[in-house]
Design a protein around this ligand. Sequence first.
Ligand SMILES: NC(=O)c1ccc[n+]([C@@H]2O[C@H](COP(=O)([O-])OP(=O)(O)OC[C@H]3O[C@@H](n4cnc5c(N)ncnc54)[C@H](OP(=O)(O)O)[C@@H]3O)[C@@H](O)[C@H]2O)c1
Length: 255
Amino acid sequence: MTHRILILGGTTEARQLAGNLAARTDISITLSLAGRTENPVAQGVPVRVGGFGGVDGLAAYLRETRTDLLIDATHLYAAQISANAAEAAAHTGVPIIALRRAGWEPAEGDRWTLVDSVAGAVTALGSAPRCVFLALGRQEVAAFEAAPQHHYLIRSVDPVEPKLAVSNATYLLARGPFLEADERGLLESNRIDVVVSKNSGGEATYGKIAAARLLGIEVVMIRRPALPHVPSAETVEALAAVVDHFLEPAAERGV
Ligand SMILES: NC(=O)c1ccc[n+]([C@@H]2O[C@H](COP(=O)([O-])OP(=O)(O)OC[C@H]3O[C@@H](n4cnc5c(N)ncnc54)[C@H](OP(=O)(O)O)[C@@H]3O)[C@@H](O)[C@H]2O)c1
């Protein structure tokens, strides 16, 4: 019997997980993307693109496609889709498991200022002009127009359009992973004195955090949002290893 799995993606790990599970002949995978990135990298498995239409839309999709397991492998800051996934799973009785990698912890020498939101990060920069490295999604950087006194270095996967209404902004297009040595060079050559980052966890984007520590640069770290309480695994390998448990009939899972 073939089990149908829907992976909510948009992250490197979701793609890796899909690749990992696609090797199994008893599983049929669909990877779901929101459609935000203009040219997403090839995913290697069947993909559907675009929102479902809230909790009800996702629940209907799960029923129509007879999905046996829902895997939430979206970005940790994509709180809406994660909340919708937990609710749709509860409504339909489809088991759910989330991939949630551990966050970064401050280490000796780190100068982190913790804030709860992008707006909080804008405020935390203060009123005196600074050279700020924004390594955030292109949807989020617009908030920094509220502090036009700073010079911004803005790195994103897709171009930021429209450009920010500030007089000093440099735009950089790049897709991770980013090496610490390269990040150090970037911070130094642009005379960056503060980095704004999400606490994404993982290796691929940690280079800027390690480089900031080395250079004694402040990091304004946006805390993770509250996420629904569902079973979760921290790594692709750990999640792939427990998939069978979640594909068992509910009675055997003890739910
Ligand atoms: N937020 C970040 O920092 C970040 C960083 C890297 C990648 N991403 C990826 O970018 C996507 C959008 O992030 P976001 O923060 O805008 O999400 P969000 O605020 O949690 O979700 C907003 C809406 O986008 C749709 N959506 C989100 N992820 C989807 C998916 N994988 N498949 C189908 N529909 C999806 C849903 O629309 P409906 O209600 O219509 O279903 C959802 O209600 C996610 O897939 C996430 O993994 C986000």
